[in-house]
Design a protein around this ligand. Structure first.
Ligand code: PDD
Length: 281
């Protein structure tokens, strides 16, 4: 149905408690990219909040195909949202369990502007004050909303999060407010290790797979704040922004202040990989 006609009851636990999980899946040439990986992460998020999956993988596949078919545009991004359903307001799970609410929408996938890819974008850093289960793609995104707004307030594209002592960490970088972050130091691509303090990004996996397949030296290890500031390059990845260079951090140039060779290489490998996958029958 048209988005303006879709409604949910006010007692939906997603609305009342933010009690639900979501996925964002890019669609290229009318085909969902890395669908099975997104559905696996959705299952992990549902397990994380103890909500039975309302559909099988094949069931989701059919819904996804139908959503793509019903919308115009070669490239779309799909949003899937599942909540614990509608029940009288009470923090504990409803008994007996109620039917989960499933909401799906498609929006046009807007590719990062060529101009931004040529100059890079700016970012700010902030203390990661989110909860300790950032591996769950939860719809309760208030901390991420507030953190991303810090970037917008400063005229920047992203906020890079540092889990310092106040947030139960020891000063290492976790991810962006809505993206994963990599650095290049001395031609080695470095990525923070997946753990419960960051979202296991699907694009993050693609980038590391491409690095391995094309013999780009890489390390998966903790990245401290000082290292972030002394990086030769900083890269951002997400399903909607693909791979982007960050060239200014807290007002200081990253490396020489221009997108570097690691970005150029990974960006082109990513574009080639996408087209190859989309050409497969
Ligand atoms: N966000 N980390 C966070 C906190 C995110 O919200 C996202 C993506 C990522 C990147 O994950 P992936 O490569 O699987 O998209 C990392 C989506 C795009 C969003 O909330 O709109």
């Amino acid at each position: 149905m048209p988005i303006g006609e879709a409604t949910i009851p006010v007692l939906d636990r997603g609305f009342i408690f933010g009690d639900g999980v979501y996925e964002v899946i890019p669609v290229y040439s009318r085909r969902a990219f890395r669908l099975s990986e997104h559905l696996k992460r959705l299952q992990a998020s549902l397990d994380g909040i103890r909500l039975p999956n309302p559909h099988s993988e094949a069931g989701w596949g059919k819904l996804v195909d139908e959503l793509i078919a019903r919308n115009e545009g070669e490239d779309q991004y799909l949003y899937l949202h599942i909540t614990r359903g509608v029940a009288k307001r009470d923090h504990a799970f409803p008994q007996p369990p109620v039917t989960p609410t499933v909401f799906m929408m498609s929006s046009p996938l807007l590719h990062p502007a060529a101009e931004l890819l040529a100059t890079g974008v700016s970012a700010v850093t902030a203390s990661d004050n989110r909860w300790l289960r950032c591996d769950i793609k939860a719809i309760s995104l208030l901390p991420n909303v507030l953190l991303r707004q810090l970037a917008v307030d400063a005229g920047c594209a992203e906020t890079i999060l540092i889990r310092d002592e106040a947030g139960g960490g020891d000063g290492f970088m976790t991810e962006g407010a809505a993206s994963n972050i990599f650095i290049n130091k001395n031609n080695v691509l470095c990525a923070p290790p997946k753990n419960s303090l960051m979202l296991p990004g699907i694009t993050y996996d693609v980038v590391l797979e491409l690095a391995a397949a094309h013999h780009i030296p890489f390390e998966v290890r903790k990245i401290g704040k000082a290292e972030l500031f002394s990086a030769d390059e900083i890269l951002l990845t997400s399903s909607t922004r693909e791979v982007m260079p960050i060239t200014l951090l807290d007002g200081k140039p990253v490396g020489n202040g221009k997108p570097g060779p690691m970005f150029t290489r990974l960006y082109s490998l990513y574009q080639n990989f996408k087209s190859e996958v989309m050409r497969q029958p």
